[in-house]
Design a binder for this molecule. Structure first.
Ligand code: COA
Length: 435
């Protein structure tokens, strides 16, 4: 079933109608209704009203998403009191991708808050995703306290890097390719292809769409004038093939602040391109500080500068995942070591509830089956919640650490460490965008 055709979840519809609220989908081809819905999203995040051109961009770029709203007949037939949008995307995982239900634009009007509207919206999405056979849901969160109650966990953290370029001088390899300036209009094609190639090297990244691409090139709501000061460079290898790009802004110094280059995005399909682009950024003349947000918590550039104390690393939670179907989710990724595990998963919303046998072969491929009786004795056995399962799914959190934190229970000695070795991702998970 296509995600846009899926019916609403009857339980959520019924729960909301008890409060005389109507849960419904917006026809995104109906300009008036979709515009009203989009403006309510903007208001929910305390943004300004959208101008016509901004609206055109929003309507064009996100009309393919599934737009859900809640209406209160007492207030307006047009403007919803709550919004949520969703679409499916292949999220990268170790060794492949997993179909993922991406959730965005979650707002509830301040006039209708704390009446269970967000709860019903979220549960509607999870049940709909489940009915569509999508095994994982994903979102980025404005606050870290909202989504745990629905089984989401911060599965991939990111870091903001602030680099003092006088201390942290480039000490990495000199890449053999070439860095050249490129206009943003030209980057629109080659950059999107490079994004796709580079994101598949890192678990936790989602596919691009027109809306997410604008963040990479600094065009708010698709407006070119917002990106006037954004510069882009392309890295081509010795054979002349594009292998990476970076977009950045250099801001005038204010209040004695050093001249700062802010990296909007740096995509590298090869390690060589990564080195070439980072070296270019760190060696920009006059610039004394480089700020790069949404970077990995395990960035190679930390090991490519002369003074590691010249780089301030501020990590924070970013990609929140919810495991809806543990069989499909766990079978979608590959693993670092063979092993046999029993996972007893407790899930208040039932999706991942049960005893699961995870068998990983020598090639790192997994099969997962439900166990109805006793756990097989030859398997390493742990008990955990759906939140902890999501936390460790991409290898972003350690089972050992969760065991020491008394969140994961070991039913066989040493099971946590064995599971860690199997779940380990050589590349730390990261999501390089907001959505
Ligand atoms: C966050 C928001 C969507 C919550 O909507 P809501 O309809 O008031 O939430 P609900 O009434 O369904 O609350 C469900 C639970 O979440 C809790 N909750 C809601 N908002 C919360 C918040 N910001 N922080 C912590 N807990 C929150 C409620 O207390 C309730 O807890 P319970 O499970 O113990 O009963 C809403 O406040 C909002 O639109 N905020 C501004 C936009 C925003 O931040 N959106 C999130 C984007 S990622």
């Amino acid at each position: 079933m296509d995600f846009n055709d899926a019916p609403l979840d009857p339980t959520s519809v019924a729960n909301l109608s008890e409060q005389s609220l109507r849960l419904d989908l917006v026809d995104t081809t109906d300009r008036e209704r979709f515009a009203a819905w989009s403006n309510v999203v903007g208001r929910g995040f305390y943004g300004a009203r959208l101008e016509e051109k901004e609206l055109d961009f929003v309507l064009n770029s996100s009309s393919y998403r599934r737009a859900t709203g809640v209406w209160d007949a007492e207030t307006s037939d047009l403007d919803p009191v709550a919004t949520l949008s969703a679409w499916t995307t292949p999220m990268s995982v170790p060794g492949g991708t997993v179909p993922t239900w991406a959730i965005s634009a979650v707002t509830v009007a301040p006039t209708h808050r704390r009446r269970g509207i967000a709860r019903n919206l979220l549960q509607n999405e999870l049940r709909t995703a489940s009915a569509c056979g999508v095994p994982v849901a994903a979102l980025t969160a404005s606050e870290a306290t909202i989504y745990g109650r629905y089984g989401f966990a911060p599965s991939a953290r990111v870091a903001k890097l602030t680099i003092d370029t006088r201390r942290a001088r480039w000490s990495g390899p000199v890449a053999p390719g070439r860095v050249r300036f490129i206009e943003l209009s030209e980057l629109d094609t080659v950059g999107r292809e490079l994004y796709e190639r580079s994101r598949l090297r890192t678990p936790g990244e989602i596919a691009l769409d027109d809306e997410t691409w604008t963040d990479i090139v600094g065009r708010e709501f698709g407006k070119d004038d917002k990106a006037k000061d954004v510069r882009a460079v392309l890295y081509t290898d010795a054979a002349g093939t594009p292998q990476g790009f970076a977009t950045y802004r250099v801001k005038d110094s204010e209040n004695d602040e050093p001249l700062t280059a802010t990296v909007l995005y740096l995509a590298a399909a090869t390690d060589e391109a990564y080195a070439g682009l980072w070296r270019f950024i760190l060696e920009l003349d006059l610039v004394r500080r480089v700020v790069a947000d949404l970077r990995s918590t395990d960035e190679p550039v930390l090991w490519q500068v002369s003074d590691v104390r010249g780089v301030k690393v501020e990590p924070y939670d970013h990609l929140w995942l919810r495991i809806i179907d543990p069989v499909a989710a766990l079978e979608s990724r590959t693993y670092s070591r063979a092993g046999r595990f029993v996972l007893d998963v407790a899930d208040a919303l039932e999706f991942a509830e049960g005893r699961w046998l995870l068998k990983v072969n020598d090639a790192g491929a997994a099969t997962v089956t439900r166990v109805t009786g006793d756990a097989p004795e030859d398997a390493a056995h742990v008990a955990l919640t759906e939140v902890d399962l999501a936390l460790v799914y991409l290898g972003g959190a350690s089972v050992t650490s969760l065991h020491r934190a008394a969140r994961v229970t070991e039913h066989t000695d040493g099971a946590a460490a064995l599971l860690d070795a199997t779940l380990h991702s050589p590349v730390a998970p990261r999501l390089s965008l907001w959505f």
